[in-house]
Ligand binder design. Sequence first.
Ligand code: BGC
Length: 883
Amino acid sequence: MLRNPEGIDVLQPRLSWLVNTAIPGVEQTAYQILVASTKEKLNANEADLWDSGKVTGNQSINVVYKGEKMSSRKEAYWKVKIWINKGETLWSETNHWSMGILTYAEWKSTRWIGYEKLSKDDSVSQYSRLSARYLRKEIDLKKQVKSAKVYIMGMGLYELYINGNKIGDQVLAPVPTDYTKNVKYNVFDVTSQLKEGKNMLGTILGNGRFFAMRQDYKPYKIKSFGFPKMALQLYVDYTDGTSETIRTDESWKLTTDGPILANNEYDGEEYDARKEMKGWATTNFDDKNWVNARYVQEPGGFYEAQMTPNMKIMGEVKPISIKATPRGTYILDMGQNMVGWLQLKVKGKSGDQITMKFAESLQDDGSLYIANLRDAKTTDIYTLKGEGEEIWEPRFVFHGFRFVEISGFPGKPTLDNFVGKVVYDDIKTTGTFESSDATMNQIFKNAWWGISGNYKGMPIDCPQRNERQPWLGDRTTGAYGESFLFDNQTLYAKWLDDIKYSQTQDGGLPDVAPAFWRYYGDNVTWPGTYITVGDMLYQQFGDAEVIKKQYPSMKKWMTYMEENYLQNDLMDKDKYGDWCVPPESLELIRSKDPARLTDGQLLSSAFYYQLLNIMKKFAVIAKEESDIAHYDDLATRIKKAFNAKYLNTATNSYANNTVTANVLPLAFGMVPENLVDKVFQNMVHEVEVTKNGHISTGVIGTQFLMRTLTNFGRGDLAYKLASNKTYPSWGYMVENGATTIWELWNGNTADPSMNSQNHVMLLGDLMIWYFENMAGIKSNPETPGFKQIIMKPDFNAGLTYVNASYESVHGLIKSHWKKDKKGLEWSITIPANTTALVYLPTADSKKITVNKSKLEKAGIESKTEDKQQVLKLYSGEYTIKIN
Ligand code: BGC
């Protein structure tokens, strides 16, 4: 959990470690944590903050700090010693965290500053233009600096410089929030940037989500927070033991007359290099044309340490082709629908102007397809200064694009003039997947690009059109699948805070959070994501604290929905239906065909039922067991009313017999036991025969489709859906050139008005199925965070091999299996301090060898279950063969 952040504001942070050893069969038997206020003390084992003592047990993640009360800006150095069952003790390396600013009083004399006027080329309109704010402040440090830290809140987006050097490698920072509710500060150790004597602090402020782009458009719906502004504190400790704090005030100088003429997330950035102010962030600069910054009102939200990483340039893409058009422009093809921006390298005359327009695909005539961007202009404009080679990239925008139309380029551009910069949250890719099916492999790659690109300090729906909103319903189950590919724990923990902050006084939750768009419709399926994502964090990362923290607000919403909308034991509150089912005609966005649509009351009742079951589990974690009886009672009543209304016992089907209407009660355990098989067979018939082995579900049904088919015994049908290339399927997207996942199954033919080519919601439970059902990497629900791994691939679904890996919070898990005429060979890596239940597709233990010895002689616990041998394995590497 703790990743050495500079400045955290949790008083009892959680400490986690990886047991890293080549010794096989390792379990931790005890641990001892030492925390000290200095490195020297820790080295001498002088734990002045906390000595946990020797604690028996195998817990190695999320150990709650229980030492001295931490105060503002305190440093903590820690290490852990563990005892293992192999008779050894291991010491960790030294780790570190520092506390943030814990009281508002410590910010009190720091004032927010800015400039709340439009400059001459600015405008407030549907396409608002606002120039970036440049701020600078000279400081004189009289003594030798021992250490220094800067705490910055730069809204909407900031770049920070000291003596001309950019601080940190973050971009588009900080993460967006509803600034009236909470404001994130970032912290940097800047000791090495400062020197005795004169130093210069500089910042550039961009709009981000703060100065909202569509200022005069639906102001009742779209939130805006005003002009960019900032507050900063720099704490300097001198070697003589004294210290000093530098704060934002009216002595800071400001100009809006810099090279960034306009910056707007939807429309693009305009930069005039002729207006560059050389040395503006150094002491050698004449700022006589700058004005004094003005005191401005604070945004209103709580000040909080940012516990999730900022965005960063995470990779580069080299374009694959550049073609001249009859219009005298050029079309650049990145070869990949990506999110970020384009870096430009150019030589030309002062005043030459290059325009770059971004789009996801091309029309038949080779020109950009921009109709699906709606009114987002997605255009960057660079004006040259004419001083040799100029290299430029924007700062305060991102684009979702594969193609760029370049106009005004001096001379003939080549591929070498451009590099794509891939921008998303600075989080690790944790999962790999490769199989014998090329379509599935390409879908996996597309999913990686789509998921990463839409991580923007919050999970957004799409990166290209005039929307880019954190819609809850797009991630209900998706977040869980994504957690296999990315270490998204802190991102989603932050998002749950965003959702909590967006809750109305009476308990309602919006469909978009932070509620940059105000959509409070009291729906079930979208807001329910608050609870399902909590469940994901618990299940995948073993994070119980997040549940304890969010439980009261989750309960409040559940109660609010029950009290306002439960009628005759059914929940009648649905807004979007089974969003984006394959429609009756290829041009349509939304189906109007009643046979394809699933009853809204059925959807909201089934979802609410499922959420009640999750809440029962959460009540135990949050030590609110007394709530369980009510959840139980409600669930029982809903199930009864649900079956009474929707289950047709003559046909063994639900409602109008869409796949979604059947898959939800099957997945949620709502079907009367004696009919489960029949309802399942009916659903299989719908998928296999009526729909000819194709998808017919939308955002809701697809969340449960792949796992339900497989868990009830038809992994082969799930595999057919995953490997299909014909419409509608994920493979159809691939066949039609997609390099990400589309918003619509018919994305290549549908109306452009809602048709993004980079939306992740249609992934449903596909990524979960890849890892849990095909690779066999699943966390045992009884032991969250992969403390015990359930390895139970469906070897008969149709794949002949899978090579997958997943870096869990307990360490690296690998599953490589291949099947041929001779049998099955399966290589497994199990991390230290975990166990795995490994399911082998034979009851005959004589056919099994483990690391070349016969199973009987290998000294491994095993049992037979449903004609399978189940082995209990401890950490290490195993090669299992079955003949
Ligand atoms: C968004 C979706 C969202 C939906 C809900 C769309 O415009 O892009 O992803 O969930 O609206 O209405």
